[in-house]
Design a protein around this ligand. Sequence first.
Ligand code: ADP
Ligand code: MG
Length: 320
Amino acid sequence: MPALGEFELIERFFTRPARRAALGVGDDCALIQPTPGMTLAVSSDMLIEGRHFVSTVAPELLGHKALAVNLSDLAACGAKPLAFTLSLALPSVDEAFLAGFSRGLFALAEREGCELIGGDTTRGPLAIAITVLGELPAGSALLRSGARPGDDLYVSGTLGDARLALEVFRGNVALDEEAFRSVRQAMEAPAARIGLGLALRGLATSAIDVSDGLVGDLGHILERSGVGAVVEIDTLPRSAVLAAQPIEVQRECLLTGGDDYELLFTAMPERRDAVAAAAGNAAVAITRIGQIEGGRGLRVVDRHGNAVTSRGRPFDHFRS
Ligand code: ADP
Ligand code: MG
């Protein structure tokens, strides 16, 4: 890479003094020592221009989101973030882009105590691959497989805003400037629910982060746990902006919208007070949206218990 050489680029934008790591950026390997007795939790996510983000997104937001989506996987396991690696393909050395990207990335990394310890840098179509490392006490990970019939089903925050923003970009929905700004924020700068994930250790029977939409991600819990579930659609938490949309749009965004990065989890009804206290301690709103049942599959019902469909088919508003 001319202009700024590869090593100068890494030094300038992606090297910070190692704090927790025994050895950070700059050698052949990074070295990291987990706290004795803890298990490492490892997860990777990749973001490709055109598929996961648009070229016009602000670099700072992209840096934030690339790490946030990875931290969200740690949150869903109840792991505490330790460190991450960053592999970057860059079409050119754009210093303004790199400065913004690294600012957004490190702001979140420092807030969550997650240290950049290495990576790889190459020329190519813009792509960002991050691997995060976290730790948790052996045997305490929140898994997709632990839901049992009778468990309550909860979700954090609100659902559907990121999808609504995407539909505005696609020209399918029009919003005024203020409303668009708020849903765009949900799409471009999601929070990772790390504190909530930690607080739910020993409390939630299963958990997943909602990255592909409620129906799809709940489906993973149901399949891995060998159970079914009922969700009452009117209880699904939504922003005021989404709540102002036609009911079909709301339902589509709530049920199938992706990119929410909220936690979806189950817990025994006897633990309701403890779950509420955990969410309070983490300062994250949670909502009880349904229940795990015996049998298989998901039933989405209205408040009268009637099955909810969209134009005779389940939830495909924007595709029809
Ligand atoms: P190697 O040839 O051994 O793979 P590199 O020349 O690719 O090493 O990288 C040199 C050092 O810079 C390594 O410590 C590597 O982990 C780090 N590094 C490379 N790219 C990045 C990046 N985008 N962010 C953080 N560290 C990076
Ligand atoms: Mg390399």
